[in-house]
Design a protein around this ligand. Structure first.
Ligand code: KG4
Ligand code: ZN
Length: 339
């Protein structure tokens, strides 16, 4: 069965082609046009720009896939599209595009929860590793959550952020430091040159059996520290590098400690880890090391599938369909979807 996935929940316009070959879902093509440079000067996403770009980019991506030969519309059998959560207007562009295409081709369109896309993305082209139950960890710009996954569509939230998502904290701290959007990759780049032990920032909600996250206090701690040492930021580059490294190390510790504690507390031998922030090398490294020490397997989404992409949407559609699960037909978008 030949699927395409369409993702437009935030500021990435993406389409992917997935084919079920011999029972395995293979990514035949996965393309994305990011709007990050456009939103950069504003320090965050401007919804009106996002909508305009999605409307322009989705047809470009589809045409490119057809002309490069990776997509044959005559053979296309189903479309999976992100239904939510995300920006209402951005979601509507992807859904209208999907429904128009499906109507024209006379094929079904299925609505997929973006969070399910992240949750299952570590299993893309590694379906043999998929077994239940596992601990799902999603750390992105909009979400930081831990869930026990007992089966497809059988999720039990263990913890989530009570304020900012980890990616949001990266973006806000980057802004305080005068770095550009998105802040995560910028902070990671400078952190490589800094000392992670130069400054101590607070780890919050670290009491036992509390699996919720809080990053707003950490961001405020960096802000207060910077206010007291403003001049240093402009005089000494090493000062900037050290703050980046110390902040990144603090986030890495919080994620590692909460995730390992949750896996142990709920006796879950496998962790699936995904979302934009988990593209971060140090955060992956620390979690992997601690998981290994505790005999827990951790599967990270490939870096290209950590940040928003359409391969994960097509993959979940194809996977759930093959498992015989009822997948909701997309008639609406839901900006506030949760797991
Ligand atoms: O998953 P994603 O692409 O979009 C959402 O669904 O939110 O995540 C985007 C977030 C941004 O906040 C960005 O700063 C962060 O992921 N991010 C990173 C890195 N790459 C992206 N954070 C830390 N280190 C990175 N290398
Ligand atoms: Zn996402």
């Amino acid at each position: 069965m030949l699927w395409i996935g369409i993702e437009s929940s935030c500021d990435e316009s993406a389409i992917a082609v997935v084919e079920n070959i011999g029972g395995k879902n293979v990514i035949m093509d996965s393309r994305c046009i990011t709007q990050a440079p456009l939103h950069k000067p504003f320090g965050g996403i401007v919804p009106e720009f996002a909508v305009r770009e999605h409307s322009k980019n989705l047809p470009i991506l589809l045409k490119d896939m057809i002309s490069s030969g990776s997509l044959n519309l005559e053979k296309l059998q189903a479309i999976a599209v992100t239904e939510g959560p995300g920006l209402m207007a951005s979601l509507l562009v992807g859904n209208s595009f999907a429904r128009g295409l499906a109507l024209g081709l006379g094929i079904p369109v299925f609505g997929i929860n973006h969070l399910e896309g992240h949750l299952f993305s570590p299993f893309i082209e590694r379906e043999q590793k998929l077994r239940f139950p596992f601990l799902g960890l999603i750390v992105s710009g909009g979400h930081t959550l831990l869930a026990r996954v007992d089966g497809p569509r059988d999720y039990h939230k263990i913890g989530s952020t009570i304020d900012d998502a980890a990616g949001e904290a990266f973006d806000k701290v980057a802004r305080l430091l005068g770095l550009s959007y998105p802040g995560g990759p910028e902070i990671e780049k400078y952190a490589q040159l800094g000392n992670p032990h130069a400054h101590t920032f607070p780890l919050s909600l670290m009491e036992k059996n509390n699996f919720n996250f809080s990053f707003s206090g950490l961001k405020t701690a960096v802000k207060i520290f910077l206010e007291k040492n403003k001049a240093m930021l402009y005089q000494n580059q090493q000062f900037l590098f050290d703050i980046c490294a110390s902040f990144q190390e603090t986030v890495a510790k919080i994620i590692e400690q909460k995730t390992i504690a949750a896996a142990q507390s709920f006796s879950l031998p496998l962790i699936s880890a995904s979302g934009g922030v988990l593209a971060n090398k140090r955060i992956r490294e620390l979690l992997e090391k601690k998981a290994f020490e505790k005999g827990i397997e951790v599967l990270f989404a490939e870096k290209k599938f950590c940040t928003d992409n359409a391969a994960m949407i097509a993959f979940v559609g194809a996977l759930f369909y093959a498992l015989g699960l009822p997948i909701t037909k997309s008639f609406d978008v839901n900006p506030n979807f949760s797991l």
